[in-house]
Ligand binder design. Structure first.
Ligand SMILES: NC(=O)c1ccc[n+]([C@@H]2O[C@H](COP(=O)([O-])OP(=O)(O)OC[C@H]3O[C@@H](n4cnc5c(N)ncnc54)[C@H](OP(=O)(O)O)[C@@H]3O)[C@@H](O)[C@H]2O)c1
Length: 295
């Protein structure tokens, strides 16, 4: 199971050489999964990554390419489309931009209210048959929505990419507040965490360091959390970001953490989280450091 993934949503303004440095920094840390989407940078992120691969074709066999599609960035009407023809077209366009014959993984970016699982399944069949995609997954899907789609698909849905961090974790809060009248007891997760664990769907945590607008790491608005992140960083000899990653990696669901940084040095520092295990006490203390209460 992946522990870390490099997110490519923010690479648009890098040079090809900088993208190569980012790829190399990840590979040196044993991180070989690169997450894209057709909409990142309006397609520019995939194009740029494709350019880096063209300059160093030997990299293709060393990396796992993952992309997503299903969000329609139409200026007249922002919407989602999980219809077979739309998704097939998304993948074909991504392959072209990336300059590759296949992507290792394709994820449906967001659930479309109008999706028909039998029809979406046709896209998975076609993309598998033509060898364009190896594995499939979804993103921002509730467990019940994955179950609905899986009921029509021959291919296993292996991944669900969801926002999870110390800062944003309704799926974890619900688990400790079940059957309470408080706000955290509201089931916003639809049992997704448990569904994914029971059905071996790996949760890929996006925005692992993001607060409201900027990173919560180092943000003075969250003094208790940052004091604790710093103390633990000192204890384990890593950076506060690595502690935030270790908090996710401690969860027994086996989360993968998608780093969005474009700084090779930050990637390397965060990767040190693989070598530390927070205690239960530290994990719960971090959870409560944003004012969350345990029943
Ligand atoms: N499926 C979806 O709907 C969805 C949605 C959003 C994202 N994603 C995926 O998840 C990936 C990660 O998401 P993300 O980029 O939001 O995650 P993130 O890693 O939490 O955020 C990265 C941003 O936080 C900054 N940052 C991190 N640590 C910092 C610190 N200590 N001090 C100051 N700034 C800090 C980074 O700046 P630096 O570059 O300077 O380090 C970068 O701008 C994306 O690339 C994309 O692949 C998926």
């Amino acid at each position: 199971m992946d522990k870390f993934i490099q997110g490519c949503m923010r690479i648009k303004d890098l040079t090809t050489a900088q993208v190569r440095e980012l790829i190399d920094a990840n590979l040196e840390e044993g991180i070989n999964v690169f997450d894209h989407a057709d909409i990142y940078g309006g397609g520019e992120c995939e194009t740029l990554f494709g350019r880096a691969l063209k300059e160093a074709p030997q990299l293709r066999d060393k990396i796992i390419l993952q992309t997503k599609g299903g969000i329609v960035k139409d200026l007249s009407c922002h919407r989602y489309d999980n219809s077979a023809n739309y998704l097939i077209d998304c993948v074909h366009k991504s392959l072209k931009r990336l300059g590759v014959e296949k992507v290792d993984r394709f994820l449906i970016h967001r659930p479309d209210s109008l999706f028909n699982p039998e029809e979406t399944a046709k896209a998975f069949d076609k993309l598998s048959q033509e060898g364009a995609v190896n594995e499939f997954g979804v993103s921002n899907f509730a467990g019940s929505q994955i179950a609905l789609l899986q009921s029509s698909c021959k291919q296993k849905i292996r991944y669900n990419q969801v926002r999870v961090s110390i800062f944003h974790c309704p799926m974890i809060e619900y688990g400790v507040n079940y059957n309470r009248y408080n706000d955290a007891g509201v089931n916003r997760d639809g049992g997704t965490l448990d569904y994914c664990r029971l059905n071996e769907v790996q949760i890929q945590c996006y925005s692992p360091y993001k607060g409201k607008k900027k990173s919560f790491v180092g943000d003075i608005k969250y003094p208790k959390l940052n004091k604790l992140l710093k103390e633990l960083a000192f204890k384990y000899g890593v950076t506060p970001n690595a502690i935030a990653a270790a908090w996710l990696l401690k969860h027994p669901a086996g989360f993968a953490v998608i780093n969005g940084t474009t700084q090779p040095n930050r990637v390397k520092q965060i990767a040190k989280a693989k070598d530390i295990t927070l205690t239960r006490g530290e994990w719960y203390e971090l959870y409560q450091s944003l004012g969350r209460k345990l029943p």
